[in-house]
Ligand binder design. Structure first.
Ligand code: SAM
Length: 248
């Protein structure tokens, strides 16, 4: 008879793969490896180059084609992630201002918006796209944030953690600047086939959902709820990891 632990490992393994996905070994072969091969400084320079150049100029269009823009819009519009009552919102790695645009539309008018990105070029693109002087734009690295402890009651972090060698380093910084009870919308590339392909395109890594949840919990960020719209969305895991965290 198969030991219980093995059965549960097998069940766990099956859960990692959505329909039509291949075994993880294929994902591992496809996934970009630079982040594991070089120092963080070298990798960060590469990320700046990728987003500062022509690929970064196409980011907004890529987000529309991949339906990430639609996913973000629906999250806020349907109040799956409710922005009501929030006063001080931090948008991490704001890219071309994809999430900033939703925040301008759905956050309370008196909410303060701060958007930061590693790439000065992306900050300029975000400014051009949001066409509003309401958000404060800052060039900064998620690993060393220029913000005081407990200063935000909300963080939105869309597809940025995958540019860190270790999620814990960035999440610890975010936890530091979040006030107790503050909420975070976290979107991240998952360790499945579509995540592996994304990782190739943007030179980033992927995360295992259960491992990431464990890291969050150890940092006092409660894995409050996973945000799914429909059963199909959950089965296909469209948009990767999409979760609301709460700072304890
Ligand atoms: C895939 S884009 C995400 C854009 C947007 N947040 C969204 O949800 O679509 C990743 C962005 O994170 C930025 N980024 C990567 N590493 C970063 C870091 N260590 N600190 C701050 N921003 C970073 C990149 O410059 C890029 O603009």
């Amino acid at each position: 008879m198969m030991p219980k632990a093995t059965k549960s490992r097998q069940r766990h393994h099956r859960r990692q793969h959505g329909p039509g996905e291949r075994p993880k070994v294929i994902n591992k072969l496809i996934e970009h490896r630079l982040i594991q091969r070089v120092s963080y400084e070298e990798y960060r320079a590469k990320v700046r180059d990728v987003y500062g150049g022509p690929q970064g100029a196409m980011l907004a269009a890529c987000s529309m084609i991949s339906l990430h823009t639609t996913l973000g819009e629906r999250l806020f519009q349907k109040r799956k992630f409710d922005l009501a009552g929030l006063r001080n919102i931090l948008d991490v790695g704001s890219g071309a201002g994809q999430i900033a645009r939703h925040l301008l539309r759905y956050a309370d008018p008196e909410a303060r918006l701060t958007c930061f990105d590693l790439s000065p070029e992306m900050i300029q693109r975000a400014r051009n796209r949001v066409k509003s002087d309401r958000p404060r734009f800052v060039v900064a690295d998620l690993m060393h944030l220029p913000f005081a402890d407990d200063s935000f009651d909300c963080v939105t972090c869309g597809y940025v953690l995958e540019h860190l060698p270790d999620a814990a380093l960035g999440l610890a910084e975010l936890s530091r600047v979040m006030a107790p009870g503050a909420r975070m919308l976290l979107l991240a590339t998952e360790d499945n086939l579509s995540g592996a392909m994304t990782s190739r395109l943007w030179c980033c890594r992927t995360y295992n959902r259960l491992e990431l949840a464990r890291v969050c919990e150890t940092l006092g960020l409660r894995w409050h709820k996973e945000l799914w719209f429909t059963r199909m969305h959950k089965v296909f895991r469209a948009g990767g990891i999409c979760v609301e965290l709460v700072k304890q």
